[in-house]
Design a protein. Sequence first.
Length: 272
Amino acid sequence: MSAFTTDIPAFTLQRGTRPLLISMPHVGTHVPAQLASRFTPEARTVPDTDWHMDRLYDFARELGASILMATHSRYVVDLNRPPDNANLYPGQDTTGLCPVDTFDKTPVYADGTHGPDDAEIALRRDAVWHPYHNALQEELKRLRDAHGTIALWDAHSIRSVLPRFFEGKLPDFNLGTADGKSCDAGLAASLFEIANGVPNHTAALNGRFKGGYITRQYGKPADGIHAIQLEQTQSSYMEEMYPFAYDQGKAANIRPAIRQMLETVLGFVEAR
């Protein structure tokens, strides 16, 4: 079972004018029809999507940031995993490059069908993973050539309670800088201070989420690229269960802090 084709581009990219690229690798919901036919009814609703990231961050265009958004579901291929499917959190349970189960450990593929073999995984990687990362690398280079010092912000969200991955309720703002390797420590501390100051919300820096492949691979402060991942709890801006509705009232409580963090990032890199 190695056939795989897709009918839409792997990403959309809006090029900005300032030294910040916002990556949204898990916002995509598209599953090609021939693949969706192999999925369970639950998996076809792509529940583990980073829902409404474009809406939550719609002010980023006003800030002049570049915005790179995935189009395909992480169930097709996970753009924040290494291409060789290495585990980013050794010893902890994670989903893979081409997941075969959901965050709730229910099957992605229906009874009698199977997950992708190595040949199909390679096709998905070539059709979706590589184009996204090529675009990311090219945009980082363009911004780096234009501005010298730049920032990469990897925008994510996740259900606030997921026993498979962590105990209890996740902090609302989960900042990751690969334990300080992907971003200036002072900048990271400033971002955490902003997040930690949001009333009735909680924050963590390099806690359960330290940054995935994108943050770790492309964050190179010594080369003028500062990368930060923000994993936002979905309970802080939307309904976490199907149909995953956006909650404008909840979102209004966190959007100013996200904007302030992005403005802080821009202020930092533009001063370099």
